[in-house]
Ligand binder design. Structure first.
Ligand code: CA
Length: 296
């Protein structure tokens, strides 16, 4: 079964967004209907999405910039080696992210997932400003939060904790892959030759990953976003806890609290097959992009 989704991303900083984008486009069971960007210079991020789509030999997917700013600390960038900071692209859809999301949902007869792999700012604005469209979602998959009482800091949820908790507690079908679970999925410097050989997009992905690892002085990095995205396809790689939860903002962090009064539909992931996530990610991006006709 093919699922449709809207991908909301902060592509350009942590390199895992680029792999999530390539995975979504190349996966034979995923139909990407729109892509939106969040955090900081969202126009540059949208231009970077269009650049990666060119490498993926994909066109016709609308790409819109969302809420700018909101950066709480200096990120490690990976996208500036592909496209200079401050760039824009005339192909960018002029609508704000949440309006593009709502318009796609309003005109679609099939259920569509929203997958947010950056701060939840755009998703929260969709729910607040276009609630009738948000109600049409099949569900929302989020990468974010940290289900750890000793350290709740996590980049996405801590960048906009109010937005994150709004989405978690919205009553919609929400699946969250938090830091504790999603950080277990990794790509290694040793994977670079396989990545480089991926048709079309390989050299760009390899260059971004190399840059990121060099700047971080690491030989591996977590694939938080591709792991979270896999929750839109079911529970083959990550499984969801059935405990009723609520997201609560405490001192600028989001805490997941177990409570019988938690909103229906909100679930967080509790297990991950980390090595299977890595292998699936590599295998999907190594395939050529499926032709649209093959998606039907
Ligand atoms: Ca991200």
């Amino acid at each position: 079964m093919v699922i449709s989704l809207i991908l909301d991303t902060d592509l350009g900083d942590d390199v895992d967004d680029a792999f999530a984008l390539a995975f979504a486009i190349r996966h034979p069971q995923i139909d990407v209907r729109a892509i939106t960007t969040v955090l900081g210079d969202t126009q540059w991020r949208a231009a970077l999405v269009l650049r990666v789509l060119d490498d993926l030999k994909t066109s016709g997917i609308p790409v819109a910039a969302g809420a700018p700013r909101g950066e709480r600390r200096e990120p490690t960038r990976s996208g500036d080696v592909l496209l200079p900071l401050g760039s824009d692209d005339p192909r960018r859809d002029p609508r704000p992210a949440w309006d593009l999301m709502a318009d796609v949902l309003a005109h679609e007869t099939h259920p569509i997932w929203l997958v947010t792999i950056g701060p939840a700012t755009n998703a929260a604005r969709l729910i607040a400003e276009r609630p009738e469209s948000a109600q049409r979602l099949a569900g929302i998959v989020m990468m974010g939060g940290r289900h750890d009482p000793d350290n709740m800091w996590e980049h996405n949820f801590s960048s906009n904790p109010e937005a994150a908790s709004t989405v978690c507690n919205s009553g919609l079908n929400v699946r969250v892959a938090d830091y504790v679970i999603s950080s277990q999925a990794r790509l290694l410097r040793d994977d670079l030759s396989r990545i480089h050989n991926a048709p079309g997009v390989g050299p760009s992905l390899a260059m971004m990953l190399t840059t990121y690892l060099d700047r971080r002085q690491c030989d591996w990095t977590s694939m938080y976003d591709p792991a979270a995205l896999m929750l839109a396809l079911g529970e083959q790689y990550l499984t969801l806890d059935s405990t009723r939860m609520r997201a609560v903002v405490l001192d600028g962090q989001v805490e997941f609290q177990a409570t019988a009064e938690g909103p229906a539909g909100f679930r967080i992931a509790s297990t991950i097959k980390a090595e299977a996530v890595r292998e699936s990610l590599l295998q999907v991006i190594e395939q050529p992009t499926p032709r649209a006709s093959e998606l039907q």
